[in-house]
Design a protein around this ligand. Sequence first.
Ligand SMILES: *[C@@H]1O[C@H](CO)[C@@H](O)[C@H](O)[C@H]1NC(C)=O
Ligand SMILES: *[C@@H]1O[C@H](CO)[C@@H](O)[C@H](O)[C@H]1NC(C)=O
Ligand SMILES: *[C@@H]1O[C@H](CO)[C@@H](O)[C@H](O)[C@H]1NC(C)=O
Length: 506
Amino acid sequence: MIATYVLFSLMLCAAESQTLKKFIGAVYEHAVILPEDTTIPVSAQEALDLMNKNMDILEKAVKAAAEQGAHLIVTPEDGIYGWRFTRETILPYLEDIPDPSVNWIPCTDPERYGPAPVQTRLSCMAKHNSIYVVANFGDKKLCTTFDAECPDDGQYNYNTAVVYDSQGKLVARYHKYNLFLGEKQFNAPSEPELVTFDTPFGKFGIFICFDLLFYNPAVALVVEHNVDTILFPTAWMNLLPHLTAVEFHSAWAMGMGVNLLSANTHNTSMRMTGSGIFSPDKVVPYFYNMENEEGQLLISELSSHPRKSATYSPTKWNLHASIIQNFPSGSNVFKGYLFSDNYTFTELTDLQGKYTVCQNQLCCHLDFKMADKHESEIYVLGVFDGLHVVEGEYYLQVCTLLKCQSTDIASCGESVEQASTRFESFSLSGNFSTSYVFPEVLLTQIHLAPDLFQVLNDGRLISKVGISSHPLLSATLFGRWYEQDPREKLKKVKTDKHSKNMLLDE
Ligand SMILES: *[C@@H]1O[C@H](CO)[C@@H](O)[C@H](O)[C@H]1NC(C)=O
Ligand SMILES: *[C@@H]1O[C@H](CO)[C@@H](O)[C@H](O)[C@H]1NC(C)=O
Ligand SMILES: *[C@@H]1O[C@H](CO)[C@@H](O)[C@H](O)[C@H]1NC(C)=O
């Protein structure tokens, strides 16, 4: 008996230290309990009481995930205390979160850096359930006037993601770099932090919400640090036609060839819903619910190294489009706004056809056949090649096939959730100047179509058999030309200057 037992536990240990080809990931979409009034300061105890109410719910999700065998669970941005604070009213919610190199298990050593009730509780959730726990809350760092950047109130406040391993040890801390409009309670770090950590089930990277639109740190983690899986706490406000959470997040995972564990906050009046366990080449579970205010746990098995899988190979996004002749542009070409971007559209006037529309350097080609077309619906092919400047400044190259909101062509590009028209087939491509393109296909009522389309190595986004049984909202190649972003250009000027000075110095 004893001998068997010893052998068995040895085997377990051996299995644990080995690398795993697959792992089980979980995300929890959380309907965060908000403070009553975020314009009035509260006491530390009141803040903690509110955070504990949220952590009670998160803890149940962590337990449930662990019981179903999950190795890791991601919880959302703002999931512990909500949003819309001032610099003053956020204070009682913040803790000083040390660098993970201090090698700290808050659960077993809670007072090491002074009171840290939130860190302790999160660490204990991880330790007691033997699961990696990813959470988001606020870090504070005191500073003095010796630091020229130090804010007037003498501290930096960071929107921070933390990861505790299955022993409860802090293994990652990330400060959000691309703050969204209205996050005035927080500071961005002066440089983007590229935070990674290794596990027996692959290399992980982490960033938060709006970061997903930019090169740093999101793309840098994948191309410069070769991570396998991205952990992504978010409080994402959905925006059709191209930036609804499940649509864009699944497209990013596919375009970058990595797993993306996306946990959204749930609040329907803020249009926040949509979480998923996205992988580049697999039908995945996702969640989207505008019907009620309940949270949701998702669990799925994933490949630890998605880019090393047999079916994965990088796409040459402009290959097909660069070698074909342009199609005609159609009889009704017009301009229209989509999220304030000035698109060029052409109406799909017949049941089938081939069209090309161009703007600046980008030409988009569509070859399509509709199964049926509803009188009350019009579809267009659209192109945009330019700088987007609304809630942030980022350069886009987009080819899109979409349903207009109404039969008035001025409505093309506006948000619409329902469609009746079904397509027999479509093939969309563009001669992109960037190699970062995210393929999106959205069906009526915000359903994803992971097994109904594919991207060919030559950059074509094509439908698969079966697409004709679901009305289509949009099919899009959402390209990001990061080098054209004002921020990246600024950086380049800086580094160029820097190297010039270095040369002069020598
Ligand atoms: C959703 O967020 C809004 C804005 O903060 C808030 O007023 C509302 O109470 C929230 N809804 C729920 C169900 O918590
Ligand atoms: C959008 O494009 C049209 C046609 O090129 C142009 O007339 C219009 O001024 C543009 N609008 C903006 C805001 O740039
Ligand atoms: C895309 O195609 C158009 C028309 O064929 C061409 O004018 C344009 O220069 C091409 N863009 C790139 C980046 O090659």
